[in-house]
Ligand binder design. Structure first.
Ligand code: NAI
Ligand code: ENO
Length: 287
């Protein structure tokens, strides 16, 4: 926001004194000891906690939110957050749920950087009957941070993200778990000979356990729907390998290759490894 020229007050908080001290050391914002202190008097409040904690934090800050305030969140799941936060939103406060599709496997104050949202999508799932001006203002805010914005309904968001983010994370967690089991059989080989594909899985599988536990528990139906389809396709590929059906494999891989090209053509190939380098530059972390 400061990069975009915002000169107003930016406050923030976190549960642990250690995290708050780190945020203060990085000069990220005016660091407050409690969520109430961070939210009091704000025009815009953004909840950035695991999906399963959104309701409790909203309940806690509700008494300090003045009419006219916009309350938003960055949760990776939307329908459940709306269910959990909605009942705590005071009269006159505009609740506009949002989800920036940008991040890395890192968490904590040092993991943010000014370019994080550049050219990435920030999705909005506005409530029926909500204030259109509050939605327009929030979209303008995210566009000021460099994002592209789109509005959709929450169920659609949750299904789309189950395909593009939630199921892929679960598959990466599983693949790395399998490799870890195998490592016990092959000693160091799985790690030593890991090819780029596996390395990409390990990056995803290093994501925050609390955050991802909450994503799966709170986007259950959509994730299970996609995993069901995934399992069917996997079985078909498994059978093609067993029966030597090269045509099936070739046709399948040709179709999937086109998806990758489509992403690149759409200018969305801003891989998280580059983000990793940006974080490393900022923190001096060489790993
Ligand atoms: N990390 C990513 O790549 C992305 C994350 N998100 C969403 O953003 C939200 C926050 O994720 P990050 O910023 O990555 O996490 P983070 O770990 O950097 O920050 C989470 C914050 O929530 C606080 N917290 C954790 N449990 C809490 C609880 N029970 N009650 C109150 N506070 C609690 C922590 O103290 C910390 O300040 C999540 O809902 C996640 O789904 C959305 C897009 C990308
Ligand atoms: O690290 C990655 O590749 C991500 O996919 C980051 C991410 C995680 C969760 C989201 O809801 C959005 C983006």
């Amino acid at each position: 926001a400061r990069r975009a020229g915002f000169e107003g007050r930016i406050t923030g908080t976190a549960r642990s004194a250690e995290t708050r001290a780190e945020a203060a050391r990085l000069n990220l914002c005016e660091v407050c000891d409690t969520p109430e202190d961070a939210a009091r008097g704000a025009d815009l409040v953004i909840l950035c906690v695991p999906v399963g904690a959104m309701g409790a934090v909203a309940q806690r800050i509700a008494p300090v939110l003045a009419p006219g305030t916009t309350l938003s969140d960055v949760g990776s799941v939307k329908a459940r957050v709306i269910e959990e936060v909605g009942p705590h939103v005071p009269e006159g406060v505009h609740f506009v749920p949002s989800h920036p599709i940008a991040g890395t496997e890192q968490s904590g104050p040092a993991s943010g950087f000014a370019e994080l949202f550049d050219n990435r999508w920030c999705l909005f799932t506005p409530l029926e009957g909500g204030d259109p001006q509050a939605v327009a203002d929030l979209r303008a805010f995210w566009e000021g941070l460099g994002a592209r914005t789109e509005a959709m309904d929450a169920a659609h968001h949750d299904l789309a993200l189950a395909v593009t983010s939630h199921a892929p994370h679960l598959i990466a967690y599983t693949m790395v778990g399998v490799a870890d089991d195998m490592r016990r059989v092959t000693e160091q080989e799985v790690i030593n000979y890991s090819a780029a594909g596996f390395r990409d899985f390990t990056r995803i599988a290093a994501s925050d356990p609390t955050m991802w536990r909450d994503v799966f528990l709170n986007n259950r139906e959509a994730t299970l729907e996609i995993l069901g389809r995934f399992t069917e396709e996997l079985f078909a590929l498994q059978r093609a390998i067993r029966t030597g059906d090269g045509d099936h494999l070739h046709a399948y891989f040709t179709r999937t290759r086109a998806i990758r090209r489509g992403i690149i053509d759409a200018g969305q190939d801003i891989g998280a490894p580059d983000f990793g380098r940006a974080v490393a530059r900022k923190t001096g972390d060489r790993t």
